[in-house]
Every structure is written in C-alpha cells, then in structure tokens.
Write a protein that binds this ligand. Structure first.
Ligand code: CU
Length: 141
C-alpha cells in the first residue's frame, strides 16, 4: 500500500512538472515580437514636374503621407497650388531639382491642384487622394 502511494505521488508530481513546462513554453513563445505589427508607417511620394505636366498626375496616399514635387525639366515658372487653398508652393521651381514637400494628415479628402502658370494653357493639374474613402477627382485631374 505504501508503494502505491509513492507511485501516485510521483505521477502527480510529474504531471505538475509537465504543466509547468507547458505553461513556460507557451509564455516563452510570445517573446519574439514581430517588428512593425501593422503599425503606422508613412511614406513620401515623388511627383516630377516636366514638360508642363505633373507625373504621376493622380496620387493616392494614406493619412500622414507626404508628396514631394521635384522640378525635373528645364521649363520654369511652375507652382503646385491646391484649389481648396490647403497648400501653395508658389513659384518655387526656379531651377532643375527644386523641391516642395507637403504632408497630408487628413483622410477622406481629394485635393485637386494646378500650376498657376500653365493651368489653362496646358491643363497642368493633378490630384492627391488621401485615404481609401477619398472621392475620385474631377475629370482632367
Ligand atoms: Cu507650370
């Protein structure tokens, strides 16, 4: 009878150790956190200005992303001017390589913009869509 008690105690102890090992194993598995678990990362999209047009003409961003316009051509007197007044580069593109950067924090908006000099003569216009639910731009943007 004493022998049976000892065996019982041993098997219960073994079971307890097994539970401890299982739980510590499960806890240890969570130690390796994935880097950037879908966290917010922002990007900057480059729009080049050349030959009296913006390329790409229509840009889609996530809220918080930025656009940098770069004068790539040798034609000057350009601007990037928002039609809702939210940004205006002015005539900053005075030499090849000149840049203007704007950040777009608010989603659900589509901002149409144009070049003040070549809007009517060359149809020099573009659009920035911010967020997945931003409406499409008007034709021509
Ligand atoms: Cu222009």
């Amino acid at each position: 009878m004493l022998r049976m008690v000892q065996v019982n105690w041993l098997s219960r102890a073994a079971a307890a150790v097994g539970l401890l090992l299982l739980s510590s194993c499960g806890g240890g598995g969570g130690g390796s956190m994935p880097t950037e678990p879908g966290g917010p990362t922002t990007k900057t999209v480059t729009v080049t200005i050349a030959d009296f047009s913006f390329t790409p003409k229509d840009v889609t961003l996530n809220p918080g992303d930025s656009v940098t316009w770069v004068l790539a051509g040798t034609d000057y007197m350009h601007s990037a001017t928002a039609e809702d007044g939210s940004f205006n580069s002015g005539f900053i593109f005075t030499h090849t390589g000149a840049t203007f950067t704007q950040t777009f924090p608010t989603g659900g908006k589509t901002i149409q913009y144009h070049c003040m000099t070549h809007w009517h003569t060359n149809g020099m216009e573009g659009s920035i869509r911010v967020g997945a639910n931003s409406p499409p731009p008007a034709p021509g943007y």
